[in-house]
Design a protein around this ligand. Structure first.
Ligand code: ATP
Ligand code: MG
Length: 329
């Protein structure tokens, strides 16, 4: 039997090249080897305020982006989180197994809650428990994610191990799959923080659907480090980030990338990266137009039915182990 992978993205804002390089690219390359579940995590999206109309539209748009990236719905299960109510059910169960202290240590809560726990939503606080539920429902072996999700994955493993210890062997304990290059693409404007969909400064991110002009402009505005050398140097994160983007877009080796820009100025460097990104995104942007809403809905329905069967099985086992029995079953 094939091992399983599970991953997802939130239908918030627009997907950027960080999401692609850190996550989607690996989903595509792993889908043949693993039984794959790719979820549109709309219940995670509402941990911050969303406009309902936009959220609805973005949900279908994200499915389109998954497929245009190369996710094959004949091989992989693509579905919307809210279609499988077991995600929310298991999240409640696991929130009863989680401790306040371990959730308080999650850095994403501190970042997104802007350090103001008093004002932050409870959903934002318990977000990692819902994420653990997403993963554990499918007895997932491997979770391909970006670096920012490493801490949430560790919590998922802790919750699975705790549940297994307290109630008997129930969940597969998943491993993260974090790519060695591209797992932490930084903002073009503030290269100390990651590129993010929810960043209010749109110039910090290159979106998968940006046109050539926009990409060129954003790249020109990208912050650089002092000095002139164009090398992969940890001490110069802005240049390293731009070089990493170039490397992943062109599939060149580290040495080839550095040799390509030896003796060249930042202006030339930025133009060449912009060209590489535009070229790379061209076929993707073409494919996005291939899917009608109708096609997508059919794929998502099939996906939800398949996911639900597996999710229900896990949840039934969880309820049984915990002594949760109703009158109807
Ligand atoms: P938001 O700001 O709304 O949280 P996001 O950009 O973090 O948006 P998510 O939907 O939360 O996007 O994450 C989807 C996937 O993309 C996750 O696996 C995450 O680890 C990965 N990812 C997000 N940002 C980056 C980044 N800058 N570099 C590499 N991977 C990333
Ligand atoms: Mg995120």
């Amino acid at each position: 039997m094939k091992k399983r992978i599970f991953s997802g993205a939130q239908p918030t804002g627009n997907l950027h090249i960080g999401n692609y390089l850190g996550a989607l690219k690996n989903w595509v390359s792993l889908q043949n080897e693993f039984e794959s579940f790719f979820c549109i995590v709309n219940l995670h999206a509402i941990t911050l305020p969303q406009d309902p109309k936009i959220l609805k539209q973005k949900t279908l748009d994200l499915a389109r982006i998954y497929l245009a990236s190369g996710i094959d719905p004949q091989i992989s299960t693509v579905f919307i989180q809210s279609d499988v109510s077991e995600h929310a059910e298991l999240a409640w169960i696991l929130s009863c197994v989680s401790r306040m202290g371990e959730l308080e240590r999650m850095t994403q809560f501190k970042d997104k809650g802007k350090g103001n726990a008093e004002r932050a939503g409870v959903g934002l606080f318990t977000y990692p428990v819902l994420m653990a539920s997403d993963i554990l429902l499918y007895q997932t072996n491997l979770v391909p994610v970006g670096q920012d999700q490493k801490q949430h994955l560790e919590l998922t493993r802790d919750l699975a191990e705790r549940f297994n210890r307290d109630f008997g062997e129930t969940f597969t304990v998943p491993d993260p799959f974090i790519p060695p290059v591209g797992a932490n693409i930084l903002s073009l404007q503030e290269p100390t923080k990651k590129m993010s969909k929810s960043d209010s400064n749109q110039n910090g991110s290159i979106f998968l659907l940006d046109d050539a002009d926009t990409i060129t402009k954003k790249m020109k505005k990208a912050v650089t480090d002092s000095g002139t050398e164009i090398t992969f140097d940890d001490a110069r994160p802005a240049i390293k980030n731009l070089l990493t983007i170039y490397q992943l877009m062109t599939s060149k080796t580290t040495e080839e990338c550095e040799a390509n820009f030896a003796g060249k100025g930042y202006g030339h460097f930025k133009t060449e990266i912009a060209e590489a990104v535009v070229e790379f995104l061209k076929p993707f942007q073409q494919r996005v137009k291939d899917y009608s809403d109708e096609d997508l809905k059919n794929i998502l329905k099939t996906g939800a039915n398949k996911a639900k069967t597996i999710a229900r099985e896990t949840l039934k086992d969880v309820y049984e182990k915990m002594g949760i029995v109703g009158a109807l079953n």
